[in-house]
Design a protein around this ligand. Structure first.
Ligand code: GLN
Length: 487
């Protein structure tokens, strides 16, 4: 049963075909058997999971069950979970047990979901391959020599390898969508502010947003119904009640206007990704949508702007890890300054240090105007491009990634090549828009492995329900999302 969607499992639980305790044991057994290969989990919360599963079964027996009651899920290890190790993929927090639950965790607990554990990730969510984790790379279930993508690589690996039914992720510049694309999954980044960031360890606060990594758009909608909504503890969460994200899944796409970005096609996409995109466009046309070419004239500036703004915010957010209040502290510091320096030098990995250096530089007097302010101006232009585009179309379609999953180690010593992985995703975070990556094709690697291809649908501000509707309709008429890795 572990290969089923949340929607299917929910029906099986409701019909009494299986109990949550049985289902949870099934996943825990699979984790015990396979996690050493995939390295998807940093922490497995077995006792908690079995207790939550028993509670879920009891609630259901009393007639008190919602769609997620008893469903085994996993959380990216960026979400604080009370009394559970919360590492953010870093040596800095390798001993940090959170004293409270993130809002996302609390909401999923209250909905009766069962938490199997905390998933692997790039350190402080900085990366596109999960190779920046202090706990080692996770492995892509489609080809274990390849990366699952990042930074929510452990969550994607866990869902794709059937080590949980659905998982949370976070997306600052693509970290939900890119690993979903690499692992043949559905990854949904909501609009900025739709889900509370409270208790979600900050990387770049104006870009970070939580969301689900799932086996279908329908599952993403079920998860969104629990995760979304205002939170007085996060002043950037929008003060607007969340709609029922499942209500419009079956709306017709007749008359839908889909934009294709002229700049994407001109850039010389990977041939397999381009043909998956063209095939997807044909599916949408057959469902009654019309296609229009649109311009995002500043899209070529998005990676440069992102890699100034995100490190700038990160350098400020990460100043709290000083060896004093929580996390790693060096041995035998000679004095206060030595403690700060060595705790940070020893506690952070190379990519995190690189971002802190870049960010501090961009924010320092003399460079602030040249880099940080410029990047913010570009951010505004990018937002305006999207505002203009959405006057002409309802949704924008494009590739999620420039290529399929790459080999572990292939790009690791070249940060700029790694940053270019994010070319199709970061502008959406800069603009704060909702976007989903859905499986739409596959290509064969040189050694004969099938590797999934994802395409991305971008909506206007807070048009999550529309984006999920379009993705769901695509999945009703294609079976890419049902393809599973071998073994
Ligand atoms: N790859 C991007 C980065 O390293 C995005 C990461 C993310 O979305 N958390 O910053």
């Amino acid at each position: 049963m572990s290969d089923r969607t949340v929607a299917e499992l929910s029906r099986s639980l409701a019909q009494g075909e299986i109990s949550s305790v049985e289902l949870t044991r099934d996943y825990l057994d699979r984790i015990a058997q396979h996690n050493s290969l995939y390295n998807a989990y940093i922490t497995v919360t077995e006792d908690l999971a079995l207790a939550q599963a028993a509670q879920a079964d009891a609630a259901r027996a009393k007639g008190d069950a919602g769609p997620l009651t008893g469903i085994p899920i996993a959380h990216k290890d960026i979400f604080c979970m009370k009394d559970v190790l919360t590492t953010c993929g870093s040596k800095m927090l390798a001993n940090f047990v959170a004293p409270y639950d993130a809002t996302v965790v609390a909401k999923l607990n209250a909905a009766g979901a069962v938490t199997l554990g905390k998933t692997n990730m790039d350190e402080f969510a900085m990366g596109s391959s999960n190779e920046n984790s202090f706990f080692g790379a996770a492995r892509n279930p489609w080809d274990t020599d390849r990366v699952p993508g990042g930074s929510s690589g452990g969550s994607a690996t866990a869902v794709a390898a059937d080590l949980c039914a659905i998982a949370t992720g976070t997306d600052t510049g693509g970290s939900i969508r890119q690993p979903a694309a690499f692992c043949g999954l559905t990854g949904f980044k909501p609009s900025y502010g739709r889900i509370s960031r409270w208790g979600m360890i900050a990387y770049a606060s104006s870009l970070d947003q939580a969301g689900p990594i799932s086996k279908s758009a329908e599952d993403a909608a079920l998860m969104m119904n629990v995760m979304a909504g205002p939170d007085h503890r996060d002043s950037t969460s929008v003060d607007m009640p969340a709609p029922d994200f499942t209500a419009n899944l079956n709306d017709s796409l007749q008359g839908l206007r889909i934009g294709v970005v002229r700049q994407h096609l001109a850039e010389g996409l990977d041939a397999n990704v381009e043909s998956a995109l063209q095939d997807a466009i044909k599916v949408f046309e057959s469902l009654g949508a019309s296609i229009k070419e649109i311009d995002l004239p500043n899209s070529h500036l998005s990676v440069s702007a992102y890699y100034v703004i995100a490190p700038a915010e990160a350098s400020a957010n990460l100043s709290r890890y000083d060896g004093v209040r929580f996390g790693y502290r060096c041995e035998n510091p000679a004095n206060l300054e030595d403690m700060y320096k060595r705790s940070r030098s020893e506690g952070f990995g190379n990519e995190v240090k690189r971002r802190i250096l870049v960010g501090t530089y961009a924010l320092s007097a003399g460079y602030y105007d040249a880099y940080y302010i410029k990047a913010q101006q570009i951010r505004r232009l990018i937002k305006q491009d999207y505002i203009d585009a959405f006057k002409e179309v309802d949704v924008i379609i494009g590739p999620t990634t420039p290529n399929t999953a790459f080999k572990i180690g292939e790009k690791n010593d070249d940060p700029v090549t790694m940053y270019l992985e994010d070319i199709y995703t970061v502008s959406i975070n800069l603009a704060g828009l909702p976007a989903i990556s859905i499986p739409a094709g596959s290509s064969k690697s040189a050694d004969g492995k099938s590797l999934p291809i994802g395409i991305q649908l971008v909506g206007s501000d807070f048009a999550e329900a529309k984006v999920l509707n379009i993705a769901h309709q695509f999945q009703q008429h294609t079976d890419w999302h049902q393809q599973r890795p071998e073994g």
